[in-house]
Design a protein around this ligand. Sequence first.
Ligand code: HEM
Length: 528
Amino acid sequence: MASLLLLAIGGVVIVFYLLSRFLTLPLDPQEPPLVRSKIPFIGHVIGLLRHGTKYYSDVANECKHPIFTLSVPRGKMYIVTSPALIAACDRRSKVVSFAPYVVEFGKRILAGSAHSVRLLSEDLLEEKGPHASLRSETMAAMHRSQAPGEHLDEMMRVTLRSSTGFIDSVTDGPAAGDASVPLFEWVRQFMTVAGTDAVYGEEKNPFRDPEVMVSFWAVDKDFAMLGLMVMPDVLAPKGSRGRKCFFRAFREYYATGGLETASYLIKARYEVNKKYGVSDEDIARFDLGVCTALLVNTVPAVGWTLCHAFSDRALLAELRHGIETVVFPEGKPDTTIPTTVTVNIKQVTEAMPLLESFVREVLRVQSNSASARFVLRDTVLNDGAGASYLVKKDSFLGMPSAPVHSNEAVWGPTAHVFDPTRFLPERQKDRKIPASAWRTFGGGNALCPGRHLALREIMSILVVMLLRCEIEPCEEKGRWKMPAKRHHISTSILTPVQDIQVRIRPREELKHLSWDFIWESGTRSDES
Ligand code: HEM
């Protein structure tokens, strides 16, 4: 009996030994230190599936290494948490590269044709220069069309027109005052249309069809399952159906002259796609990528911004006071006569740095982007203070934002406190925050091209809502309780585990005013 037991134990040891030899790759002493999981081989994979990007933060908080290695079946993941090493990765962003993820995204989520996926895979290392492949030229077009300037201003005008139309229907409609809505869902309804109107044009935007909107969010919900590419119709039926509906609607958009009413962004992308011989069918598929980038972070970011602003009475009063000083230079109109006020939001945001500082702080605490990279060549990362680490070809590398965003060495002892003034220009004089430490929009050559648009959209909705509305939770006797966050793999801004039911009503003291929100350079907000 004893010998049988010994034999069984010996067998288990041999199986584990062989599995570990076969499934784990050897670690060079120069590579980042290995963090073992409690369950051998698959422990980290289980952790990631269960906790999403939060798992990186949990391991980082426990091990405290500036960079570490997680062993996964037949591969390695390096996780970087030190701003100095993140900066080193950003400097080597051609070899510590985002490009392979774009290819995988094109294949798995956008279901692009073999031809278009091949085009996306060309010149991964960008050895032919920055403008010699479909991928890099598309990104150049994305950056150009969303840089501060006339194209961005035009998109902002449309966003405002579209979103304020929706907000009007709540505050001026028959249910005004009693409207009770789930806040994040409510924001999602109007921001999905407003955000895509700005890009695809109000006239022919496919999202004007509610079926397309529902389809898009079904794809987002089934993102991970669709990414597996295993029987999507069976394992992710809603997402798979939604994807087909989305592609159909966008094919139709191009076939019926949608491009003529589109923003410069879509026109510039179309031109690049045509230059490289991408078919209209694949262009429609790529638009799923555009809409994902455009919406999945901005929508929850607007929701969180409203939560933070309306849940803190002192901050709410300060924000309103600052905005009203710009909008009503002679004081609030004391009138019961219907009056129209024109508000130039561009001017308000420029005159009031607290708005941008506050929104940046919301994004600091509510983001956990993964900044996923693939190592295309063996590379040494140097932290500039004497430590260096080898990262090996064909490994995954992640730079999750949450551990950096809560690092006291960067943000000081208040790293864990919500401080709306943290990003004010005068505060930067005392404590300059390195660019590699605020990772909401990623970095290196994958830095988000939509960051200017996103910040402006969030600030604009904030100004409109602060001027026009009161928002109050329906439960907890009107007291705000910040919802818990749901961690994902796919998005940078987290979504709430549970939505908050709120009542939205027009501000009593300003209810005689009608509003005209505009976005213009160099004009003054006038009362008329
Ligand atoms: C609050 C809103 C947003 C957040 C937090 C956000 C965040 C990010 C992050 C973290 C990345 C990856 C960067 C990296 O890995 O280093 C990224 C990439 C990207 N974002 Fe955004 N984003 C937002 C809004 C937008 C908008 C409005 C657009 C407009 C279309 C956009 C377009 C893109 C694109 C195209 C990429 C891929 C860049 C590349 O392939 O090089 N994003 N974004």
